[in-house]
Design a protein. Sequence first.
Length: 293
Amino acid sequence: MIITSCGNSQYLAKKLAKKLHVQYSPLLVAAFPDGEAYLKFDTNLKGKKLVIVQSFQPHPDMSLFDIIFAAEAAKDLGARKVILVAPYLGYMRQDKRFNPGECVSSKVMAKLLNNCVDKLITIDPHIHRYKSLRDIFTIPTVKLTANFVLAEYIKKHYRNEIIIGPDWESHQWAEDIARKIHVSATVLKKTRLSSREVQVKMTLPLEMKNKDVVIVDDIISTGHTIAEAAKQAHKLGAKNITAIAVHGLLVENALKTMKKAGVRKVLTTNCIDNLTSKIDVTPILLDALRKEK
Protein backbone atom coordinates (compact mmCIF):
# COMPACT_ATOMS: atom_id res chain seq x y z
CA MET A 1 0.00 0.00 0.00
CA ILE A 2 1.15 3.51 -0.87
CA ILE A 3 -0.53 6.62 0.56
CA THR A 4 -0.51 10.01 -1.12
CA SER A 5 -2.44 13.28 -1.10
CA CYS A 6 -3.26 15.99 -3.62
CA GLY A 7 -2.48 18.64 -1.01
CA ASN A 8 -5.53 19.25 1.16
CA SER A 9 -4.95 16.41 3.63
CA GLN A 10 -1.18 15.98 3.67
CA TYR A 11 -0.84 15.98 7.46
CA LEU A 12 -3.56 13.36 7.86
CA ALA A 13 -2.15 11.26 4.99
CA LYS A 14 1.34 11.26 6.49
CA LYS A 15 -0.03 10.35 9.91
CA LEU A 16 -2.02 7.44 8.49
CA ALA A 17 1.02 6.15 6.58
CA LYS A 18 3.16 6.29 9.71
CA LYS A 19 0.57 4.47 11.82
CA LEU A 20 0.05 1.82 9.15
CA HIS A 21 3.82 1.43 8.54
CA VAL A 22 3.41 2.02 4.80
CA GLN A 23 5.04 4.41 2.37
CA TYR A 24 3.85 7.99 2.04
CA SER A 25 4.69 9.26 -1.44
CA PRO A 26 4.23 12.98 -2.15
CA LEU A 27 2.28 13.81 -5.28
CA LEU A 28 3.57 16.82 -7.17
CA VAL A 29 0.60 19.05 -7.99
CA ALA A 30 1.49 22.14 -10.00
CA ALA A 31 0.37 24.09 -13.05
CA PHE A 32 1.66 24.98 -16.47
CA PRO A 33 2.11 28.71 -17.23
CA ASP A 34 -1.33 28.78 -18.85
CA GLY A 35 -2.94 27.39 -15.69
CA GLU A 36 -3.48 23.80 -16.78
CA ALA A 37 -2.96 21.19 -14.07
CA TYR A 38 0.26 19.18 -13.82
CA LEU A 39 0.53 16.09 -11.61
CA LYS A 40 3.46 13.72 -11.15
CA PHE A 41 4.02 10.59 -9.06
CA ASP A 42 7.57 9.98 -7.81
CA THR A 43 7.00 6.32 -6.91
CA ASN A 44 6.60 3.17 -8.97
CA LEU A 45 2.91 2.28 -8.73
CA LYS A 46 2.91 -0.86 -10.87
CA GLY A 47 0.95 -3.59 -9.09
CA LYS A 48 0.51 -1.43 -5.97
CA LYS A 49 -2.57 -0.38 -4.05
CA LEU A 50 -2.76 3.43 -3.92
CA VAL A 51 -4.68 5.37 -1.28
CA ILE A 52 -5.39 9.02 -2.12
CA VAL A 53 -6.22 10.98 1.04
CA GLN A 54 -7.91 14.20 -0.01
CA SER A 55 -10.69 16.29 1.48
CA PHE A 56 -12.71 18.49 -0.84
CA GLN A 57 -11.83 21.65 1.09
CA PRO A 58 -10.36 24.09 0.42
CA HIS A 59 -10.98 24.65 -3.30
CA PRO A 60 -13.56 21.90 -3.88
CA ASP A 61 -13.57 22.21 -7.67
CA MET A 62 -9.79 21.85 -7.97
CA SER A 63 -9.73 19.13 -5.32
CA LEU A 64 -12.15 16.97 -7.29
CA PHE A 65 -10.24 17.67 -10.49
CA ASP A 66 -6.92 16.69 -8.86
CA ILE A 67 -8.42 13.47 -7.51
CA ILE A 68 -9.64 12.48 -10.97
CA PHE A 69 -6.28 13.25 -12.61
CA ALA A 70 -4.35 11.46 -9.85
CA ALA A 71 -6.56 8.37 -9.99
CA GLU A 72 -6.47 8.15 -13.79
CA ALA A 73 -2.69 8.65 -13.82
CA ALA A 74 -2.23 5.96 -11.17
CA LYS A 75 -4.25 3.45 -13.19
CA ASP A 76 -2.27 4.34 -16.31
CA LEU A 77 0.96 3.79 -14.35
CA GLY A 78 -0.16 0.28 -13.39
CA ALA A 79 -1.69 0.73 -9.95
CA ARG A 80 -3.65 -2.39 -8.99
CA LYS A 81 -6.30 -0.52 -7.03
CA VAL A 82 -7.04 3.15 -6.25
CA ILE A 83 -8.85 3.97 -3.02
CA LEU A 84 -10.05 7.49 -2.30
CA VAL A 85 -10.16 8.49 1.35
CA ALA A 86 -12.18 11.71 1.36
CA PRO A 87 -12.55 12.72 5.01
CA TYR A 88 -14.80 15.51 3.77
CA LEU A 89 -16.75 14.56 0.65
CA GLY A 90 -17.94 17.68 -1.12
CA TYR A 91 -20.90 18.27 -3.43
CA MET A 92 -23.28 16.20 -1.30
CA ARG A 93 -25.62 19.00 -0.25
CA GLN A 94 -27.10 19.53 -3.74
CA ASP A 95 -28.96 16.21 -3.65
CA LYS A 96 -32.02 17.31 -5.62
CA ARG A 97 -33.08 19.94 -8.13
CA PHE A 98 -34.48 22.57 -5.78
CA ASN A 99 -35.15 25.01 -8.63
CA PRO A 100 -35.69 24.43 -12.36
CA GLY A 101 -32.50 24.15 -14.38
CA GLU A 102 -30.17 23.35 -11.46
CA CYS A 103 -27.36 20.81 -11.67
CA VAL A 104 -27.68 17.99 -9.14
CA SER A 105 -23.98 18.18 -8.39
CA SER A 106 -23.87 15.19 -6.03
CA LYS A 107 -24.80 12.87 -8.90
CA VAL A 108 -22.25 14.45 -11.24
CA MET A 109 -19.49 14.17 -8.62
CA ALA A 110 -20.35 10.53 -7.96
CA LYS A 111 -20.40 9.69 -11.68
CA LEU A 112 -16.90 11.15 -12.09
CA LEU A 113 -15.51 9.21 -9.13
CA ASN A 114 -17.25 5.99 -10.19
CA ASN A 115 -15.23 6.13 -13.39
CA CYS A 116 -11.77 6.60 -11.89
CA VAL A 117 -11.50 5.17 -8.33
CA ASP A 118 -12.17 1.64 -7.12
CA LYS A 119 -13.38 2.40 -3.60
CA LEU A 120 -14.45 5.39 -1.52
CA ILE A 121 -13.97 5.82 2.23
CA THR A 122 -15.47 8.93 3.79
CA ILE A 123 -16.54 10.35 7.14
CA ASP A 124 -20.06 11.62 7.83
CA PRO A 125 -21.08 12.53 4.28
CA HIS A 126 -24.05 14.87 4.13
CA ILE A 127 -26.68 12.27 3.30
CA HIS A 128 -30.13 13.77 3.65
CA ARG A 129 -32.44 12.82 0.80
CA TYR A 130 -30.41 9.79 -0.27
CA LYS A 131 -30.88 6.62 1.73
CA SER A 132 -27.18 5.73 1.41
CA LEU A 133 -24.12 6.35 -0.73
CA ARG A 134 -25.24 3.41 -2.87
CA ASP A 135 -27.93 5.66 -4.31
CA ILE A 136 -25.31 7.51 -6.37
CA PHE A 137 -22.13 5.40 -6.21
CA THR A 138 -21.57 2.17 -8.11
CA ILE A 139 -18.14 1.56 -6.54
CA PRO A 140 -17.82 0.08 -3.03
CA THR A 141 -18.17 2.76 -0.36
CA VAL A 142 -17.46 2.91 3.37
CA LYS A 143 -19.34 5.53 5.40
CA LEU A 144 -17.62 6.19 8.71
CA THR A 145 -18.75 8.49 11.49
CA ALA A 146 -16.83 10.79 13.81
CA ASN A 147 -19.48 10.51 16.52
CA PHE A 148 -17.24 8.43 18.76
CA VAL A 149 -14.34 10.89 18.77
CA LEU A 150 -16.72 13.85 19.19
CA ALA A 151 -18.43 12.13 22.12
CA GLU A 152 -15.10 11.29 23.75
CA TYR A 153 -13.93 14.89 23.42
CA ILE A 154 -17.12 16.28 24.94
CA LYS A 155 -17.06 13.74 27.77
CA LYS A 156 -13.45 14.63 28.60
CA HIS A 157 -13.73 18.42 28.45
CA TYR A 158 -17.28 19.28 29.60
CA ARG A 159 -19.49 18.81 32.63
CA ASN A 160 -23.18 19.46 33.21
CA GLU A 161 -23.64 19.79 29.47
CA ILE A 162 -26.61 19.72 27.09
CA ILE A 163 -26.30 18.76 23.43
CA ILE A 164 -28.15 20.77 20.78
CA GLY A 165 -28.59 19.87 17.14
CA PRO A 166 -29.08 23.21 15.34
CA ASP A 167 -31.48 21.78 12.73
CA TRP A 168 -33.35 18.60 11.91
CA GLU A 169 -30.58 17.30 9.65
CA SER A 170 -28.16 17.37 12.61
CA HIS A 171 -30.30 15.14 14.85
CA GLN A 172 -28.42 11.98 13.81
CA TRP A 173 -25.20 13.42 15.24
CA ALA A 174 -26.58 15.29 18.26
CA GLU A 175 -28.82 12.51 19.55
CA ASP A 176 -26.29 9.73 19.00
CA ILE A 177 -23.53 11.65 20.78
CA ALA A 178 -25.87 12.50 23.66
CA ARG A 179 -26.72 8.80 24.07
CA LYS A 180 -23.06 7.85 24.09
CA ILE A 181 -22.24 10.20 26.97
CA HIS A 182 -25.63 9.91 28.74
CA VAL A 183 -26.74 13.54 28.58
CA SER A 184 -29.87 15.32 27.37
CA ALA A 185 -30.28 16.53 23.81
CA THR A 186 -32.69 18.60 21.77
CA VAL A 187 -32.93 19.52 18.12
CA LEU A 188 -33.96 22.84 16.65
CA LYS A 189 -36.37 23.17 13.75
CA LYS A 190 -34.79 25.34 11.09
CA THR A 191 -36.57 27.47 8.52
CA ARG A 192 -34.10 28.56 5.85
CA LEU A 193 -34.90 32.02 4.52
CA SER A 194 -31.85 32.11 2.25
CA SER A 195 -28.40 30.49 1.95
CA ARG A 196 -27.21 32.89 4.67
CA GLU A 197 -30.32 33.49 6.80
CA VAL A 198 -32.19 30.98 8.95
CA GLN A 199 -34.74 30.93 11.78
CA VAL A 200 -34.76 28.18 14.42
CA LYS A 201 -37.15 26.90 17.09
CA MET A 202 -36.52 24.29 19.79
CA THR A 203 -38.53 21.08 19.29
CA LEU A 204 -37.98 19.70 22.81
CA PRO A 205 -37.58 22.46 25.44
CA LEU A 206 -34.82 21.76 27.97
CA GLU A 207 -33.65 23.62 31.06
CA MET A 208 -30.44 25.38 30.04
CA LYS A 209 -29.90 27.86 32.82
CA ASN A 210 -26.24 27.77 33.95
CA LYS A 211 -25.58 24.77 31.68
CA ASP A 212 -22.70 24.17 29.29
CA VAL A 213 -24.39 23.93 25.90
CA VAL A 214 -22.61 22.08 23.10
CA ILE A 215 -24.06 22.64 19.63
CA VAL A 216 -23.21 19.66 17.43
CA ASP A 217 -23.47 19.51 13.64
CA ASP A 218 -21.86 17.72 10.71
CA ILE A 219 -20.89 20.88 8.80
CA ILE A 220 -20.22 24.47 9.81
CA SER A 221 -20.24 26.55 6.64
CA THR A 222 -21.15 30.22 7.11
CA GLY A 223 -21.95 29.72 10.81
CA HIS A 224 -25.42 31.27 10.61
CA THR A 225 -27.26 28.09 11.67
CA ILE A 226 -24.96 27.70 14.69
CA ALA A 227 -25.38 31.41 15.50
CA GLU A 228 -29.16 31.15 15.58
CA ALA A 229 -28.96 28.10 17.86
CA ALA A 230 -26.57 29.99 20.16
CA LYS A 231 -28.99 32.91 20.42
CA GLN A 232 -31.75 30.53 21.49
CA ALA A 233 -29.51 28.96 24.13
CA HIS A 234 -28.51 32.38 25.48
CA LYS A 235 -32.15 33.37 25.84
CA LEU A 236 -32.65 30.27 27.99
CA GLY A 237 -29.74 31.16 30.29
CA ALA A 238 -26.93 28.95 28.99
CA LYS A 239 -23.63 29.57 30.80
CA ASN A 240 -21.15 28.62 28.07
CA ILE A 241 -21.77 27.75 24.45
CA THR A 242 -19.43 25.63 22.32
CA ALA A 243 -19.92 24.62 18.71
CA ILE A 244 -18.47 21.26 17.62
CA ALA A 245 -18.69 19.88 14.10
CA VAL A 246 -17.20 17.14 11.98
CA HIS A 247 -16.43 19.37 9.01
CA GLY A 248 -15.34 22.97 9.47
CA LEU A 249 -15.72 24.81 6.15
CA LEU A 250 -15.82 28.15 8.01
CA VAL A 251 -16.49 30.42 5.05
CA GLU A 252 -17.63 34.07 4.91
CA ASN A 253 -16.34 35.05 8.37
CA ALA A 254 -18.13 32.13 10.04
CA LEU A 255 -16.04 32.34 13.21
CA LYS A 256 -16.86 36.03 13.62
CA THR A 257 -20.57 35.34 13.03
CA MET A 258 -20.65 32.65 15.71
CA LYS A 259 -18.60 34.63 18.19
CA LYS A 260 -20.94 37.60 17.81
CA ALA A 261 -23.85 35.27 18.65
CA GLY A 262 -22.14 34.19 21.88
CA VAL A 263 -20.32 31.02 20.86
CA ARG A 264 -17.25 30.92 23.08
CA LYS A 265 -15.35 28.12 21.33
CA VAL A 266 -15.54 26.38 17.95
CA LEU A 267 -13.99 22.94 17.47
CA THR A 268 -13.92 20.69 14.42
CA THR A 269 -12.15 17.51 13.34
CA ASN A 270 -9.09 17.37 11.12
CA CYS A 271 -11.24 16.08 8.24
CA ILE A 272 -10.54 19.63 7.05
CA ASP A 273 -7.38 21.40 8.18
CA ASN A 274 -8.00 24.79 9.77
CA LEU A 275 -7.50 26.68 13.03
CA THR A 276 -10.36 24.82 14.75
CA SER A 277 -9.45 21.25 13.72
CA LYS A 278 -8.42 19.94 17.15
CA ILE A 279 -10.27 16.60 17.13
CA ASP A 280 -8.37 13.77 15.42
CA VAL A 281 -10.14 11.30 13.12
CA THR A 282 -7.03 9.19 12.46
CA PRO A 283 -8.23 6.27 14.65
CA ILE A 284 -11.46 6.02 12.64
CA LEU A 285 -9.67 5.90 9.29
CA LEU A 286 -7.01 3.47 10.54
CA ASP A 287 -9.59 0.77 11.22
CA ALA A 288 -10.93 1.05 7.67
CA LEU A 289 -7.53 1.11 6.00
CA ARG A 290 -6.10 -1.83 7.97
CA LYS A 291 -8.61 -4.00 6.12
CA GLU A 292 -7.04 -2.88 2.84
CA LYS A 293 -3.43 -3.81 3.69
